[in-house]
Design a protein around this ligand. Structure first.
Ligand code: FMN
Length: 214
């Protein structure tokens, strides 16, 4: 199907873009996700811009209960460590997700090919920006494509701090990095609304930093 820009229903596009909230509890944990639907979303994600690593992105959909249980356990540990380190109790939505993460219909990992830097050398800031920027847009497109199909998820990166264990569970090749994990399921009773954000006029400058739009 080919659409022209005039076929777009702009309010729908804007609605999807601006209501892709984290959905941690209003998910149907009993209803399996349709694999073809997930692959369609990944085809859309793969249309995202990419830079230095080209199409070095890889997606791992985990539906098997055994690895899901192991990954959920690690996620819970990291979240609890994070919360005690910051001295703030877990929000109820985070509690709700970890209490059922082991039986989420799918954990979708967005991974990136090993960086092309010489062994033992650190990436410069510019290289890091190119490297992460080559894959993260695909993860966001994936979340939006899911959202447009009534599949809720949350952008999570807590598992990125336990690279080796996750790589072992997923059988990832050496050097490959897991960047984002989207715990996904069909939405059930989720209320979709815009977040409170600063308006464009407060966060935008024209021609030079500090100069507001007319
Ligand atoms: C880089 C990044 C990492 C995040 N990691 C996590 C995470 O590991 N777990 C989680 O529950 N939410 C995570 N979030 C989601 C934010 O916490 C979420 O966007 C925030 O709760 C605001 O809610 P909203 O997305 O509904 O506006 C992350 C978001 C970003 C941008």
């Amino acid at each position: 199907m080919t659409l022209s820009p005039s076929d777009l229903h702009l309010p729908s596009v804007d609605w999807v873009l601006s209501t892709a909230r984290s959905i941690r509890r209003n998910l149907d944990f009993e209803r399996p996700l349709d694999m073809q639907e997930l692959l369609d979303c990944i085809d859309i994600a793969a249309q995202a811009p990419t830079g230095t690593i080209g199409e070095g992105w890889r997606f791992v959909i985990v539906m098997d209960p055994e690895p899901k249980a192991r990954l959920a356990k690690i996620y819970t540990e990291v979240l609890n460590e994070f919360s005690s380190m910051r001295g703030v109790p877990l929000k109820s939505s985070h509690q709700a997700l970890i209490s059922r993460l082991h039986d989420i219909p799918a954990m979708i990992f967005v991974c990136a090919a090993a960086p092309a830097t010489a062994p033992g050398s650190e990436m410069t800031l510019g290289q890091q920006i190119g490297y992460y920027g080559s894959t993260l847009p695909a993860a966001w497109s994936l979340m939006l494509a899911l959202r447009a199909r009534h599949i809720g998820s949350t952008w999570t990166s807590l598992l990125a701090s336990r690279q080796e264990e996750v790589a072992e569970i997923l059988g990832m090749p050496e050097g490959t990095i897991n960047l984002v994990m989207l715990p996904a399921g069909y939405m059930k009773g989720a209320v979709l609304k815009k977040a409170e954000r600063q308006p464009a006029r407060q966060i935008t400058f024209v021609d030079a930093w500090g100069q507001p739009p007319e």
